[in-house]
Design a protein around this ligand. Structure first.
Ligand code: C5P
Length: 317
C-alpha cells in the first residue's frame, strides 16, 4: 500500500428540534430531532502508515489524544472490522468546534475519521457500512456522515433527510468557554424530572413521528411569526446551569432574531437570523455585551453536507 494522505472537514451541528419521547429497553432515550449542519468545522488530516501504529495530535491542548478519544476509537473499530492489524495512521486534528458543547464535535470527528481512513487505507467500505460502525461509537455519529438537514429518530441513528435549509437562515452561536455539559448527565436529569411523563409504547412514538414528519415548522423558519424552537433537554438543563441561562438571556435580548434555543445537551445556544449579514451585524453591535457576559460567539451558516474531503466540490471553506 502506498503512503496516502487525506484531509477531511467535519462540520458541527445544531438541533433545530429535540424531543425526548421515552426511555428504550437499551437504556438510551427515544428521540425525535431535527439536526442541522453548520459551517463550523474541525479538520482531520490523515497520513496512512503501515506499521500498525495509530497516533493522534490535536491543536486543542485540553483534549485527550488517547484511547478514549473518539477518533482513536473509530480507527480501532474500523481496523478491527477489516482485520488488518498492520494498518496505522498519523492523525492530526485541528479543533475548532468547542468540546462538550452540544454541537456533536466528537461525533463529527469520529465520522470524518471513518470516511478519511476508508479512503487512506483503500478499504472500499460503503457509506452504510461506515454509518453502522459510527452508530457503535455514538448516537449522533450516523447523522454526521451526510449531515445537512435531517429528522432523526431512535437514539439518533434513524435518519430521514429533509429539504435543504441552506441559505434560508444563519445563526449567532454562543457558549461559555469555561463550561461543558455531560450528555449522560443531561439525559439522566431528563429521566429524573420527566420520566413519569415519557411516552411508553412504540405506537405512541410512531404517532409522534408521523406528526413531526408533517409538521409545518419543518418549512424554512423564515416566517415572521415562527413557532418557538423546542429542546426538551434545555427545559431540564437550563434551570440548573447558569451558563445556559446566561446565554439564553443574552440571546433573548437581541433584536431581530427569529428564535433561539440551546443545542443538544448544551451549553451552547444559538439565535436564528434571516441571513448571515444580520447575524454578523448582531455580533458586531453586541460584541461588548458578549464579552461582558463571558461568552464566545460565532456566526455560522447552514451547510448541506456532513464529513467531506477537502477537495470535494463545495469550496466555500
Ligand atoms: O451515544 P452517546 O455516546 O452520544 O450517548 C452518551 C450518553 O447519553 C449515553 O450513554 C446515554 O446516557 C445518553 N443518551 C441517551 N439517549 C440517547 C442518546 C444518548 O440516553 N438517545
Amino acid at each position: 500500500m502506498g503512503i496516502k494522505s487525506v484531509k477531511v472537514f467535519a462540520p458541527a451541528k445544531i438541533n433545530l428540534h429535540l424531543e425526548v419521547l421515552g426511555l428504550r429497553c437499551d437504556g438510551f432515550h427515544e428521540l425525535a430531532m431535527v439536526m442541522q449542519s453548520i459551517n463550523l468545522f474541525d479538520q482531520i488530516e490523515i497520513i496512512a502508515q503501515d506499521k500498525g501504529v495509530l497516533s493522534l495530535s490535536s491543536s486543542e491542548a485540553g483534549l485527550s489524544c488517547g484511547e478514549e478519544n473518539l477518533i482513536i476509537k473509530a480507527a480501532k473499530l474500523l481496523r478491527q472490522l477489516v482485520g488488518l492489524d498492520d494498518l496505522g495512521a498519523e492523525i492530526k486534528l485541528i479543533k475548532n468546534i468547542p468540546i462538550g458543547a452540544g454541537l456533536a464535535g466528537g461525533s463529527t470527528d469520529a465520522a470524518a475519521t471513518l470516511v478519511g481512513l476508508n479512503s487512506a487505507w483503500d478499504l472500499g467500505l460503503s457509506k452504510s457500512q461506515l454509518i453502522a460502525l459510527g452508530a457503535q461509537l455514538g448516537s449522533d455519529v450516523p447523522f454526521c456522515f451526510d449531515g445537512g438537514t435531517q429528522l432523526t429518530f431512535g437514539r439518533g441513528e434513524s435518519l430521514e433527510p429533509l429539504r435543504s435549509m441552506v441559505n434560508t437562515m444563519a445563526i449567532l452561536l454562543v457558549k461559555d468557554p469555561l463550561v461543558s455539559v455531560s450528555t449522560p448527565w443531561a439525559y439522566s436529569l431528563s429521566k429524573k424530572v420527566n420520566g413519569s411523563r415519557y411516552l411508553k409504547e412504540e405506537s405512541e412514538y410512531e404517532l409522534r413521528r408521523a406528526q413531526l414528519r408533517k409538521a409545518s415548522w419543518l418549512n424554512p423558519l423564515t416566517s415572521s411569526n415562527p413557532p418557538p424552537l423546542i429542546n426538551d433537554l434545555q427545559k431540564v438543563v437550563a434551570p440548573v446551569t447558569p451558563a445556559v441561562l446566561n446565554a439564553l438571556d443574552f440571546l433573548a435580548s437581541l433584536p431581530g432574531a427569529i428564535s433561539f434555543a440551546m443545542s443538544g445537551s448544551g451549553p451552547s445556544c444559538f439565535a436564528l437570523y434571516p441571513d448571515l449579514p444580520s447575524a454578523n451585524s448582531a455580533l458586531k453591535s453586541n460584541s461588548e455585551r458578549i464579552k461582558a457576559a463571558g461568552l464566545n460567539a460565532w456566526c455560522c451558516e447552514f451547510v448541506d453536507k456532513g464529513a467531506h474531503f477537502q477537495n470535494s466540490e463545495n469550496n466555500s471553506f
